[in-house]
Design a binder for this molecule. Structure first.
Ligand SMILES: [Zn+2]
Length: 297
C-alpha cells in the first residue's frame, strides 16, 4: 500500500500545504518572475516555504514546480533547465519534509492548448509532462499532483505521462467555476465527468483546486463524491482574490476556513490543503481542527 494511503487510513483526513506563489512573493519573488527559477537561484527561500508548511502540521507538502513543464519553462527562457529545475524542486521539498511529511510534486498546465484547439499534439504533451515527472521522481517525490487543469484532455495526458514515466501515485485536480449552468472548468468540463474519467484513466486521487473559496468547495466535493469512490483532494483558495488599493487580497481567515473542515470532509474531501491566498496559518488551523474532530471534547 502506498505511504499516503496508509497514512490516510490512520488519520482519516490528511492535511496538505497551502499557497506557494503568494508565500514566495512575500519573500521577494517579483511579479512576472518565474517561481520555478528560484529552485536554482534562491533554494533557501524555496526550502523555507516548504519547511513552514511542514512546521504548520501538513502531512503532505507540494513542490515549487507548478510551471515546470517544458512548454511553460520555454516561455521564460528556461527550456534547457527542465530536468534540473524539477529535480531540485522535489529535492528541496523532500529535504524540508524529512520523515515528517510526504511530498507530492506539483505539475500545472502547460499553458498550451492541445490539438485540434492548439498546435501541440497529444503525444508531445505526454512527452513533455513525462520529462517533468521523471525529474520529479528522481528528486525523491513520493507522488505527483497534476493540478489547476481546465482541459480534461491535457489532465489525462499529464496523468498518463506521470504513470508511464514513474511508478508514483498520481492525483489530479481541476479548477471549476460556478456559472449560471452550474459548475464547470473554463473549458466546460463538469466535476462529475472529470472524476469519473480520471478514475477510469488510473488516477489514485481526484479533486478540485483553486478558483473557489471554501463554501463553493463544499458544494464541489458533493458533486465529485457522487461520481467516484476515490479519495478526494481539495485545495480551496482563501476566497476569491480582490484588488484593494493595487494589492491582491484574500479575505478568508484561517479560523473561518478551519471551522468548515467538518462540512468539507462530510461532503467527501479526504485530503485538505489550500490554494491561492492560503498561508501556513491556514494549514495550522486545519491541522488543529482535525485534532478536534478526531478527539471531540
Ligand atoms: Zn490557486
Amino acid at each position: 500500500m502506498g505511504l499516503w494511503k496508509s497514512r490516510l487510513e490512520k488519520e482519516k483526513i490528511l492535511i496538505a500545504d497551502g499557497g506557494w506563489g503568494t508565500e514566495l512573493q512575500k519573500r521577494g519573488l517579483a511579479p512576472g518572475e518565474a517561481p520555478e527559477a528560484w529552485n536554482l537561484s534562491r533554494p533557501e527561500e524555496v526550502g523555507a516555504v516548504a519547511r513552514s508548511y511542514v512546521d504548520a502540521g501538513a502531512d503532505i507538502i507540494l513542490t515549487n514546480t507548478f510551471g515546470g513543464s517544458p512548454p511553460k519553462l520555454a516561455k521564460v527562457g528556461l527550456e534547457g533547465k527542465v530536468m534540473e529545475i524539477n529535480r531540485r524542486g522535489a529535492a528541496l521539498s523532500k529535504q524540508a519534509a524529512g520523515d515528517r511529511a510526504l511530498v507530492f510534486a506539483s505539475i500545472g498546465p502547460s499553458g498550451e492548448f492541445m490539438a485540434p484547439l492548439g498546435t501541440i499534439s497529444e503525444a508531445d504533451m505526454v512527452k513533455g509532462f513525462g520529462e517533468q515527472a521523471r525529474a520529479l521522481a528522481e528528486g525523491g517525490a513520493d507522488g505527483i499532483l497534476v493540478e489547476t487543469m481546465m482541459d480534461l484532455g491535457e489532465a489525462k495526458a499529464a496523468l498518463r505521462a506521470a504513470k508511464e514515466s514513474t511508478s508514483l501515485p498520481v492525483a489530479v485536480t481541476l479548477t471549476f467555476n460556478k456559472g449560471p449552468k452550474g459548475y464547470a472548468t473554463m473549458m466546460g468540463i463538469r466535476p462529475e465527468q472529470a472524476a469519473a474519467e480520471l478514475e477510469k484513466a488510473g488516477a489514485e486521487i481526484v479533486g478540485a483546486n483553486c478558483g473557489a473559496g471554501i463554501d463553493v468547495m463544499i458544494e464541489l466535493m458533493g458533486l465529485i463524491r457522487s461520481a467516484t469512490s476515490l479519495p478526494i483532494w481539495c485545495k480551496p483558495n482563501a476566497g476569491l482574490p480582490e484588488l484593494v488599493e493595487g494589492k491582491t487580497i484574500y479575505r478568508e481567515t484561517p479560523e473561518m476556513m478551519a471551522s468548515k473542515l467538518r462540512s468539507l470532509v462530510k461532503a467527501g474531501a479526504s485530503i485538505v490543503g489550500g490554494c491561492c491566498g492560503t498561508t501556513p496559518a491556514h494549514i495550522r488551523a486545519f491541522a488543529l481542527e482535525r485534532k478536534k474532530l478526531a478527539n471531540p471534547a
